[in-house]
Design a protein around this ligand. Sequence first.
Ligand code: FAD
Length: 467
Amino acid sequence: MIDSSFIERVRQIVGAAGVLTDAGDIDPYVRDWRGNYIGKTAVVVRPANTEEVAAVVKLCAQTHTPIVPQGGNTGMVGGGVPDTSGDAIVLSLKRMTRIREIDLANNAMTVDAGCILQTIQNAALENDRYFPLSLAAEGSCTIGGNLSTNAGGTAVLRFGNARDLVLGIEAVTPDGRIWNGLKALRKDNTGYDLKHLLMGAEGTLGIITGAVLKLYPKPQRTCTALVAVPSPRASVQLLATIRGAMGDRLTGFELMSRVCVDHVITHFPSTAEPFEQRHDWQVLVELTDTLKDAQLEDALATSLEPAFESGLAEDAVIASSESQASALWGIREHIPEAEKARGKSVKHDISVPISRIAEFIERGDAALNAAFPNAQVICFGHIGDGNLHYNLSFPGATPSVEQTHAANSIVYALLDELGGSISAEHGLGQMKRDEITRHKGEVELDMMRAIKRALDPHGIMNPGKVL
Ligand SMILES: Cc1cc2nc3c(=O)[nH]c(=O)nc-3n(C[C@H](O)[C@H](O)[C@H](O)COP(=O)(O)OP(=O)(O)OC[C@H]3O[C@@H](n4cnc5c(N)ncnc54)[C@H](O)[C@@H]3O)c2cc1C
């Protein structure tokens, strides 16, 4: 139980600066980014280092006090906020922001879990290296949150998800011990790879306190383009065409429907209509190369020629300056904010094999439009990874529980048929904890529960999330 003597013991561990108990100070830690989940806690604990995290977790293990780990609190599924019981502490990693080491010869960087993603990207660039994880929340999400959700983002196509960018991690186990897994090895076959258990576990198996990240050569040339396409099916064919021509230079391939572009133009008035004519679908393409004299614009223009001839592409803008490139990215990156400004919608973060993504959109749109003639499908995302944010908005209204349930049923049934996932990159959190039991088999769920029981027998790590 969290009472004054518990809080006093926490204060002795982390000092006064590491404890928040005033309602006003606590408020931002108990609300999720979307405002869908508002929980309660009596105390937010902000340790300054791994030893303090371990001592706090040990105290919680002794007193069976639940812990909700939190990074930047940008998660989309209510995983980083407590429930309404008030029984749990929020353990925020945001004071742990050290870049511990940069090993250029090994192309590796060791960081505290509370480092903001953008700080890590910048530190890599300052050292003539590149850390490729990139998402619209990069100015406020933390690497600990990124690893705990196995975040995706806009460069998965080339570099993989967050877990693919990690050599080692340090974590505090649910009984308060420190596991130093900060090995900076690219090869290490010595039994179970435990770091992969903690990554993607959304804080239910322990607290990630540090990580060794892989660094890559810094791109010397970048080419950004927006291509108008007649349909999602054409975008998938265009992906194959450009990938065939450009190989690993293709780092981003993001689809946006007309509705998304309109919403961004409405809510961010500095955004310009990118083409003279309105197009139903657009793809943002990014190419990078580590060669200084790579002629990416010319190569892209050449690879688009057959696409124009065959009707796969309708128009294209190739950015001629950094500011034009960032304006094109701005359209894509402002979609979540623009959508949030329009009110609540039914959200889906889905994936299917790339070969089936066009079928998913065609059949999903048809079924949702038939069931909800006045609603609007908002479709955008990482089509190059087979991952879309596929939301349903009811203009001027908040979707009811029944509408949400009916929309989910349509989308989830289609995903099951096409071999897809109900959560491609945001995780399960509170939002999809019950739903996932309808999509995973008993064997898989039993293995997950057995791992949870073995590592966290008292169930204190982020209860009510994932399982
Ligand atoms: C505008 C916007 C765009 C986004 N775009 C993307 C995108 O393209 N791709 C994508 O994958 N996500 C995206 N997200 C979702 C979100 O940014 C990611 O899930 C991110 O990885 C969360 O990081 P965080 O530090 O904010 O974690 P939080 O939200 O604080 O926590 C997320 C989960 O991780 C756990 N956790 C946090 N830190 C730790 C830790 N150190 N140890 C153990 N558990 C921990 C929490 O308990 C929670 O379950 C977006 C969010 C926003 C607001």
